[in-house]
Design a protein around this ligand. Sequence first.
Ligand SMILES: *[C@@H]1O[C@H](CO)[C@@H](O)[C@H](O)[C@H]1NC(C)=O
Ligand SMILES: *[C@@H]1O[C@H](CO)[C@@H](O)[C@H](O)[C@H]1NC(C)=O
Length: 564
Amino acid sequence: MRGRIKPRCSVAGGQSHARRHIANHKMRVLLASLAVLAAFTTAESDSKARIVCYFSNWAVYRPGIGSYGIDDIPVDLCTHIIYSFIGVTENTHEVLVIDPELDVEKGGFRNFTSLRNKHPNVKFMVAVGGWAEGGAKYSRMVAQKSSRMAFVRSVVDFLNKYEFDGLDLDWEYPGAADRGGSFSDKDKFLFFVQELRRAFIRAGKGWELTAAVPLANFRLMEGYHVPDLCEELDAIHVMSYDLRGNWAGFADVHSPLYKRPHDQWAYEKLNVNDGLNLWEEKGCPSNKLVVGVPFYGRSFTLSAGNNNYGLGTYINKEAGGGNPAPYTNATGFWAYYEICMDVDKPETEWTKKWDDHGMCPYAYKGTQWVGYEDPRSVEIKMKWIKQKGYLGAMTWAIDMDDFQGVCGEKNPLSKLLHKYMSDYIVPPPRTGNTTPTPEWARPPSTTSDPSEGAPIPTTAKPTTQQASSVTTRPTTQASTTTQLDSEPPNPVNDVEQPPAENEVDSPEICSSSEDYVADKRRCDKYWRCVNGEGMQFTCQSGTVFNTMLNVCDWPDNVDRPECK
Ligand SMILES: *[C@@H]1O[C@H](CO)[C@@H](O)[C@H](O)[C@H]1NC(C)=O
Ligand SMILES: *[C@@H]1O[C@H](CO)[C@@H](O)[C@H](O)[C@H]1NC(C)=O
């Protein structure tokens, strides 16, 4: 701290040796007791790792041995099980039950939370959102305090009624213009989370509040106040999968642990390790971060006559992915059990390979190519989670493990999560890994107002250990990199698609010889072309791209009538 008052010379200079000795002794006693205190709080902040299992309610509709109901959940392999999904209503901003026949009439919600009777230590949560829900309704719901409170009240009633243990927020994604989001979502999403948290504290049932989040930098920039969200939420479920897919235009594994030699541009940091680091750098304590592991593969149909089966090879993008598999019946998306029963069977025609840097398996046969996770890659990720000190492992989704044991023992992947996480004590967060949020990027603060209900004591907040920042790197961000969602997966014919996009360049834009190209649709966006590949940038709020000077500029200075 700077403004320390200089002691008066006479006192400081005249201090006797004896007095200094006493002072030192006192200091030592103080330090010793601080150390005891530190050890105590450290021990207290250590916590058991989480094994978060998402359950898709629609998995029950898969045919034959693919049908997966509540009775199939291996409850004791998880610490948290999340029923997916509920939604939000269009006009009243309340909880929307998406499949009332299954969830309510046939007792889906109640059967699910009744599992608590036999498994009292497991948390039974519900997720709101998901890919198929879109983003526009959520953006509208958070826009006003009154509509946020309508949802908050509705969700409190809902959790009470069906006896859930908490809520998981799966809005994909706040601030995502390509998903119906808007610029103000970032602040409003935080307010929404803060209001939910206060309502949960008032409810007094110990409900948890968590969120499933992306890891691409541009997504975090546009929608997530990271340090503040991590303080409010009990856990952050990082969706560290779907980092590649048919939409990217080449065949690849979708949850690589590290950067590979062929990763370029926006893909360089689009891997599990860098994505989790990014959350930490932006101010999320490591002991709040839960790492996602997909129990499914992303599949591709290769270009006809393509004999190169390596990572990043050419695909027939028009095909939309690999052919539908028998149970999940979706293009480009295969459950782990659908893969293992074909790829690992005796005398298989599949060739199985390993990504040495990404630490994931892939396999191919004819024109079909799939990148996925198997016991070996899952084991590596579990060891890495412990080494990094994260809060645990999450899976999308429990219903795509080999739950029937068609390839060997039942639930092999879930068992690995349990094997590594069940005896793992999460260490206190590392410090010093955080880049401080610049003043201009901080959220406006809000407090509870009487419309929410009774005031709550401030001590009732969830226990958090904010990683304190020691490095002060200057963060100048005149423009923020963004990549174009070239083609998100089609959510209409594929309910299996959870989150997905993470995209990159648009070759057409860079067909001319220009280095900088204004975006045709948005005045505040422009493209930087290097070697024919475009990367999109966004101008600072209130400015637009000046095509004469190739900089962001005030609208009045710019000769673009459409941008005034
Ligand atoms: C809920 O449990 C009841 C009684 O076992 C059963 O009849 C019903 O099919 C179950 N519903 C669902 C959706 O699992
Ligand atoms: C698979 O999906 C297609 C199109 O979405 C549908 O027409 C077909 O009936 C489905 N097949 C099965 C076995 O469910």
